[in-house]
Design a protein around this ligand. Structure first.
Ligand SMILES: [Zn+2]
Length: 116
């Protein structure tokens, strides 16, 4: 391994030091984690908006003839904020667990020990 290269913890590929962050994730793996978290986030946002919608519909029972735009905006905000929060949580969990080699392709041969 040339000087200045480190192994990414997620995909186990060797990368220049500057491309790895403090958890030893390469930029690609960070991007992948963010994309995955985004999907989780939007899904959660949709669920949250649905719950808020049900709550408004059955509990608040608004007069929809008055200001429907306001209720629509409330749902949009619930979707957006819920999605953002869920996304941050998803990233946080992935960073916290920091499972090794989750992005790695299955090795064809047992990896050589790099204790030397
Ligand atoms: Zn990587």
């Amino acid at each position: 391994m040339p000087d200045g290269e480190l192994t990414c913890l997620r995909c186990l590929e060797e990368r220049p030091k500057e491309e790895l962050d403090r958890l030893l994730w390469c930029e690609e793996c960070v991007e992948r984690a963010k994309r995955r978290a985004s999907r989780i986030g939007w899904g959660s946002g949709a669920v949250i908006a649905l719950l808020v919608g049900l709550y408004i519909w059955f509990v608040v029972q608004p007069d929809l003839s008055l200001i429907p735009a306001l209720w629509g905006a409330t749902l949009a905000v619930a979707f957006y904020l819920g999605g953002r929060v869920a996304r941050e949580i998803a990233i946080g969990v992935m960073r916290l667990r920091n499972r090794r080699a989750v992005e790695a392709r299955p090795p064809e041969a047992p990896p050589a020990s790099d204790t030397g």
